[in-house]
Design a protein around this ligand. Sequence first.
Ligand SMILES: Cc1cc2nc3c(=O)[nH]c(=O)nc-3n(C[C@H](O)[C@H](O)[C@H](O)COP(=O)(O)OP(=O)(O)OC[C@H]3O[C@@H](n4cnc5c(N)ncnc54)[C@H](O)[C@@H]3O)c2cc1C
Ligand SMILES: NC(=O)c1ccc[n+]([C@@H]2O[C@H](COP(=O)([O-])OP(=O)(O)OC[C@H]3O[C@@H](n4cnc5c(N)ncnc54)[C@H](O)[C@@H]3O)[C@@H](O)[C@H]2O)c1
Length: 470
Amino acid sequence: MGETHAANNHFDLVIVGTGSGNSILDERFAGQRVAIVEKGVFGGTCLNVGCIPTKMFVHTADLAATPASAARLGVDETLDGVRWPEIRDRIFGRIDPIASGGRDYRINHPDNAHVTVFEGLASFTGHKTLSISPNDGGPATEITADQFVLAAGSRAVLPDVDGLADVDYHTSDTIMRLDELPNRMIILGSGFIAAEFAHVFSSFGVDVTLIARSGALLRGEDAAVSERFTEVATRRWDVRLNRNTVRAESDSRTVRLHLEGPDGPETVTGEVLLVAVGRTPNGDLLDVTKTDVSVVDGGYVGVDEYQRTNVPGIWALGDVSSPYELKHVANHEQRTVQHNLLNPDDLVAADHRFVPHAVFTAPQIAAVGLTEREAVRRGVRYVTATQDYADIAYGWAMEDNTGFVKLLADPDTGLLLGAHVIGPQAPTVIQPLIQAMSFDLDAKRMARGQYWIHPAMPEVVENALLKLDL
Ligand SMILES: Cc1cc2nc3c(=O)[nH]c(=O)nc-3n(C[C@H](O)[C@H](O)[C@H](O)COP(=O)(O)OP(=O)(O)OC[C@H]3O[C@@H](n4cnc5c(N)ncnc54)[C@H](O)[C@@H]3O)c2cc1C
Ligand SMILES: NC(=O)c1ccc[n+]([C@@H]2O[C@H](COP(=O)([O-])OP(=O)(O)OC[C@H]3O[C@@H](n4cnc5c(N)ncnc54)[C@H](O)[C@@H]3O)[C@@H](O)[C@H]2O)c1
């Protein structure tokens, strides 16, 4: 039976963080004395406040947004209403029991007789020595171990804006649990989280004002995608580009942000403010330098290709050490660490060659590999081709007029260097391109070495491949 207090404070293995870290343990670790430490809700970011609830809201938002686009196709629909409390409670009614079930399994199930769960904030106090301050406020416990896995994730950052700390702001951790939908929402930021929540809340009828520091949204994407998304977003939301946020203030009903922009000072108001300006790794909360673990640029715990830190026996994975900050990367690194813990004489390296990502906004966006900007910066030889959804049969069916697939390929080998998709089902449409890159399938063979179902959406990929001058 899992215990909440250890009799002996030395462990074979200590895992900090129950996001991807929790998935390391399986029956192969039964012979080891293991501790797992969690300061928050069991299951981590993706399950509780990240990928999973956001995409459940996004799917619901896609349905709510249908009437707005159906009229173009001759179908007149109206949105009768959005039952926010019901949507919120349906989503968290599925998620919260998974988190509590996971906790209960680790603490109480006989499978975990060798596992001690510590619920508290872990921080290193010395070499391979971890102090845990319990969430219930009791005295700290000090533990040591032969091996540690740092899987402590990341947290939302707050920008340095005068007055912001005194304003009732939300981050992605709290915005999905609002009591009621506001009439107006300000979103500060222009990355993944801003783009996804702007789609969710505007589809539910909230007037969204989006504030970006630079001249484009989703600036990390290929410039063609970022520009197209910015155009579409500007038609849908009140998008303020090139704005510096100088001060925040609020009264009991509204939040005001004072901005400086190309036309001078201006003020935006809303009942709710969502701050989404990036995340920072949690290595500082863990005080990793006290155990001699090195931290690299951006505050990430430094790891090698085997997910080893510079200290023998201390491993790291996921957002605490990975600038990708993506769940599929955290999962892959978790599998790598799991293998390496179990097979110290046969280590495997993590594969970060072709890490894809998707932004579940509207239109959807997905990408893998080099942007054109990166190809130029690196001096890589490339050819590029773009295929609009509008010019394939399924694009006609949808009357899509904003989506496209853009590819970059190596003119010498024909191998793909990058793929960028904006448009319906982009995260699904891109998958064969990720597969081709991962398995060294060149663009010509990919295009003509298989059937493409007609007239399905992936024909947009087939046509983009055929357009490459190879
Ligand atoms: C709103 C949002 C949407 C997202 N959507 C997607 C998506 O669609 N697709 C995608 O791929 N990625 C998405 N992500 C990113 C994804 O959630 C993260 O990359 C992933 O969850 C990281 O997993 P992890 O195991 O590294 O960390 P986490 O899951 O964050 O786990 C770390 C755990 O460690 C605990 N912890 C931290 N410090 C300590 C300490 N000192 N002591 C004890 N415990 C500690 C934390 O409480 C936490 O539970 C999203 C993120 C957010 C915020
Ligand atoms: N679909 C997904 O996979 C998904 C969804 C959500 C989040 N995530 C992960 O979570 C991470 C964090 O998301 P995010 O949207 O917070 O970060 P982000 O890095 O995607 O975007 C942050 C944005 O905030 C802007 N910014 C920074 N400081 C600012 C300031 N002072 N004022 C105004 N704007 C400022 C940046 O220019 C940038 O555009 C992402 O990088 C991503 O890895 C992934």
